[in-house]
Design a protein around this ligand. Structure first.
Ligand code: NAD
Length: 324
């Protein structure tokens, strides 16, 4: 059955893919972003597209009006290079989730999804590249990523209390490193998969096969392809489960391994120049998917190789186009 659905942050990476999927399933979608339309990754003409700053209360009221469901993906964020240097800006995203939650409550919105992050997890549990995957209980006692992670943990908590105190159906997922086409690939906010794809594409195009890698490259992560992220988010919002839950891939890889994979996709060999002073985030992190498998009988499963082939192809085209 068709629903009226707001995607807050619809001009962003994940938001653009989510709007696409919701429209394909026959929903009426309102897509809202603070950025001007020229800077949206995807503008879907069948959606109602609005430029609004949702950190402002009046804008959130306008955006929530008449909606059956809301996905709150709007946040000031980026890769480690951005969040380690913009902690105040990251924390100010609390205004957006606060005003949107309040507006949703007053408008009687049926279900509300909040995009949290693996950055809420206690840093002491992520000091080794040889990781024990993070289960949902590992967020407490709290020692999240400073700035960005604290905001996410606080906003999760607020979603929980809006449910307990006001009876709102809130859901919140901890995304683990999402990647794919139609997202940030340059400019300082890009994350490792897009940054590595860009560097390898530049190496291939220029013939200079030495690329810079942040840290010693032994740090480990899992990366989730955006289609899995959208699928998991929609499944969660439709479900009865209302506590914190990981939505992430459990395919662990080192950054060096990711570089090798992308170089192989590009068909070149690269020499790595390691910048040990660059921001690196935690030493190792993976998603424990025990809970999501139990609750949804599903987990993200698109392989990193498959996802990176699509991402590299898209980033390569962007790099080529940028060179005129
Ligand atoms: P993104 O930066 O591409 O998208 C976020 C969008 O929100 C941007 O287009 C931005 O302009 C918009 N926005 C910011 N402030 C706004 C405001 N006040 N009003 C309206 N729009 C505003 O990021 P993304 O990768 O698509 O991430 C979406 C959500 O998922 C974010 O909440 C992010 O923190 C969360 N998340 C993402 C990842 C990831 O790896 N991409 C991992 C964990 C969590």
């Amino acid at each position: 059955m068709s629903k009226k659905i707001l995607v807050a942050g619809g001009g962003g990476f994940i938001g653009g893919h989510l709007v696409d999927r919701l429209l394909k399933e026959g929903n009426e979608v309102r897509s809202v972003d603070v950025k001007s339309f020229d800077n949206w990754y995807q503008v879907h003409s069948e959606a109602e597209n609005l430029e609004l700053d949702l950190s402002e209360k009046e804008a959130s009221i306008k955006a929530a009006d008449g909606m059956d469901e809301i996905y709150c993906l709007a946040a000031d964020m980026g890769g480690m290079g951005f969040i380690e240097n913009n902690k105040a800006l990251c924390m100010l995203s609390v205004l957006t989730n606060t005003h949107l939650l309040m507006a949703a409550k007053d408008a009687g919105v049926g279900r509300y999804f909040y995009a949290s992050s693996a950055c809420v997890y206690n840093g002491d549990k992520q000091t080794d590249a040889d990781v024990i995957a993070l289960a949902e209980s590992d967020a407490y006692p709290a020692l999240p990523e400073d700035g960005y992670g604290w905001e996410k943990l606080f906003s999760e908590r607020m979603c929980r209390h809006f449910r307990e105190d006001y009876g709102m159906e809130t859901r919140y997922a901890r995304y683990h490193n999402v990647y794919g086409p139609e997202g940030t690939w340059t400019g300082g906010r890009e994350k490792a998969p897009a940054a590595i794809a860009r560097k390898v594409a530049e190496a291939k195009i220029s013939g200079n096969h030495t690329i810079e890698v942040w840290g010693d490259g032994l740090q480990t992560r899992s990366f989730m392809y955006v289609d899995d992220c959208v699928e998991g988010s929609m499944r969660l919002l439709a479900s009865d489960f209302n506590d914190a839950i990981n939505i992430g891939s459990s395919e662990l890889i080192s950054i060096n391994g990711l570089v090798d994979m992308v170089a192989d996709i590009a068909g070149i060999e690269v020499t790595r120049n390691h910048d040990l002073t660059a921001p690196q985030g935690v030493r190792g992190r993976n998603s424990d998917n025990t809970l999501i498998k139990e609750v949804m009988n599903w987990e993200p499963s698109i392989s990193l190789r498959t996802g990176m082939e699509k991402t590299y192809a898209w980033v390569y085209d962007q790099v080529l186009a940028s060179k005129g």
